[in-house]
Design a protein around this ligand. Structure first.
Ligand code: NAG
Ligand code: NAG
Ligand code: NAG
Ligand code: NAG
Ligand code: NAG
Ligand code: NAG
Ligand code: NAG
Ligand code: NAG
Ligand code: NAG
Length: 470
């Protein structure tokens, strides 16, 4: 006890003296900057007196630039709403070899009010690993300067207006680049060239560029991008995906491409793929090879024109989420019952008539959604889905509810609105977790006491039924 106290006293004393020493030895760079340029510097973070992170806001002067050039420990520099005119000289900043991250952020609420990224600016940040742009205008020369920053690992453009002559040609030289985001504003980007296929260390690529010709993806050099794990592209001109199968290390593939109508068979080569998301494309068929995607956990193909689900889908042993809502599917293959890890299945807005019995094998299924189809019968086998907590069957042609519904012990939410149900079995009263029950717009004449008495119920909607009052 005593020893402990003594120890504490000594260490406290040591702390105090070292604090005094640093105070005495060095002046605090941030204090100095705030005193002299306080109206332009909105944030300055120091590490034992040395400025490490600075945010310049609203404007900048040459003497501030000169001062910045002396901050030997500066790591991160952000420009927020800073218009940069041609008279300013950024050359002195080339001495800042520890400066790793620079961002230009002109994002204002609601309005789009970008500043141009001037030439002879970016090239004076020699050791950058990260460069970010929000709401800027940029042209060829400034983009070319980025190509000289060969230490870059991450470059991000958000809501960027690209000049007509914009090209990523110089990006060829960025052999350390791992992360690239290109989001164009108002269809200003015309082309994403094949230069991107030189980026052999690229791991993540996000392109949101409607109106642009995304040329790199269909070019034979695409296969250079073997480190690529994530592709996320939004584009309405049409992506030619014929070579996608060469990216065998892909883990996430997310595409929103209005004019893309088919998937190539070689998609099956993507053995590491965990997520395939093709939302809102006019795709008509899913190739059989989809069943080869042995790592797939999440398959999201809502809002396409898909007419059938291949039998091979049953091979996706790791699949957890399957969403094929709003397509033109007429039947569910019985192999669906092989998806033993499936947790969520959504097939809303199709033309499905039959729920296959094999569905009962989906032991982990907790969410089943088949609204807006042409289903007439709920099979007895549904009662085997012990994990099911949401069952959505509104807007079908269902006439009866099986007794086995009372076995869905996890069920919390059931909707059967807009069907032709005539009666509700007493067994529904066994469902002690049931909270939301939608039975409106049916042909039900009486509601069982057992359901009315369930204490867990929060909503029981029986409107628009010919219920006889007793
Ligand atoms: C930048 O570095 C050069 C030589 O490395 C030196 O002569 C010059 O004074 C430095 N500039 C500033 C602003 O520190
Ligand atoms: C920083 O840049 C200088 C000049 O370009 C270079 O000599 C140095 O190796 C770089 N340092 C790091 C850590 O990248
Ligand atoms: C978008 O681009 C079009 C055609 O270039 C132009 O007429 C329009 O003013 C732009 N809209 C905005 C909000 O910048
Ligand atoms: C999409 O394809 C259609 C038909 O080929 C074409 O008319 C349309 O211009 C394309 N859309 C774009 C944005 O290129
Ligand atoms: C997959 O499903 C089909 C149809 O239900 C069945 O015949 C087959 O045995 C299943 N395969 C496996 C590996 O479970
Ligand atoms: C409603 O149910 C009755 C029998 O209870 C049946 O005669 C009638 O056709 C049903 N109406 C509709 C619209 O399904
Ligand atoms: C429901 O509750 C009422 C009164 O609270 C009781 O008379 C009736 O027996 C209960 N019915 C069932 C099926 O538990
Ligand atoms: C029940 O459903 C009808 C129509 O579907 C709706 O108008 C009504 O507000 C709902 N009532 C409750 C209690 O949710
Ligand atoms: C992070 C850091 O070191 N902050 C210091 C900056 O300088 C002030 C004094 O001027 C200290 O109070 C901070 O702890």
């Amino acid at each position: 006890m005593k020893f402990n106290l003594l120890f504490k006293t000594i260490s406290l004393f040591m702390l105090n003296t070292s604090y005094l020493f640093t105070r005495a030895e060095s002046i605090n760079e941030c204090n100095e900057i705030k005193e002299n340029w306080g109206n332009y510097v909105s944030q300055c973070i120091n590490d034992s007196g040395k400025a490490s992170e600075i945010t310049i806001k609203g404007g900048i002067t040459q003497d501030l630039i000169n001062k910045l050039a002396t901050l030997s420990e500066l790591d991160t520099l952000s420009f927020v709403y800073v218009p940069i005119n041609d008279e300013l000289n950024f050359r002195p900043l080339r001495n800042l070899t520890k400066l790793h991250s620079v961002s230009f952020d002109n994002e204002k609420r609601r309005e789009y009010d970008p500043f141009r990224v001037r030439n002879k600016l970016l090239k004076y940040f020699p050791n950058l690993t990260r460069l970010e742009f929000y709401h800027v205008i940029i042209g060829k020369s400034a983009l070319d300067e980025i190509g000289s920053l060969t230490n870059l690992k991450s470059v991000e453009f958000y809501k960027t207006t690209f000049d007509e002559d914009a090209t990523f040609h110089s990006f060829k030289l960025l052999s350390n680049l791992k992360y690239l985001v290109i989001e164009s504003y108002n269809r200003t980007l015309k082309r994403v060239s094949t230069s991107l296929n030189y980026l052999t260390n690229l791991e993540t690529l996000e392109i949101k560029a409607n109106g642009a010709d995304v040329a790199f993806i269909s070019h034979s050099t695409l296969e250079n991008l073997q480190k690529l794990r994530t592709i996320d592209i939004t584009n309405d001109v049409g992506l030619n995906l014929k070579r996608i199968g060469c990216l065998t290390n892909l883990v996430y593939l997310r595409l929103v491409c209005e004019n893309t109508t088919s998937l190539p068979n070689n998609i099956g080569n993507l053995k590491k793929l965990k997520e395939l998301s093709l939302y809102g494309n006019p795709i008509k068929t899913i190739p059989d090879t989809i069943g080869d995607l042995e790592s797939l956990e999440d398959l999201y193909l809502a809002d396409n024109q898909i007419e059938s689900i291949p039998e091979s889908i049953g091979n996706l042993a790791k699949l957890k989420y399957l969403n094929l809502a709003r397509n033109k599917i007429t039947s569910i293959p019985s192999s669906i019952g092989n998806l033993s890890n499936l947790q969520r299945l959504s097939l809303d807005g199709n033309q499905i008539e039959i729920i296959p019995d094999s569905l009962e094998n989906l032991e982990k299924l907790d969410h089943l959604s088949l609204e807006n189809n042409k289903i007439k019968v709920i099979p007895d086998s549904i009662g085997n889905l012990k994990k099911l907590d949401h069952l959505l069957l509104s807007s079908n042609e269902i006439e009866s509810i099986p007794e086995s519904i009372g076995n869905l012990e996890s069920l919390q939410y059931i909707s059967l609105s807009y069907n032709k149900v005539q009666s509700v079995p007493d067994s529904i009263g066994n469902l002690n977790n049931l909270q939301y029950v939608y039975l409106d717009h049916n042909n039900i004449t009486s509601i069982p006491e057992s359901l009315k008495n369930l204490s867990s119920i929060r909503v029981l909607n029986t409107s628009y039924n010919p219920i006889k009052s007793e």
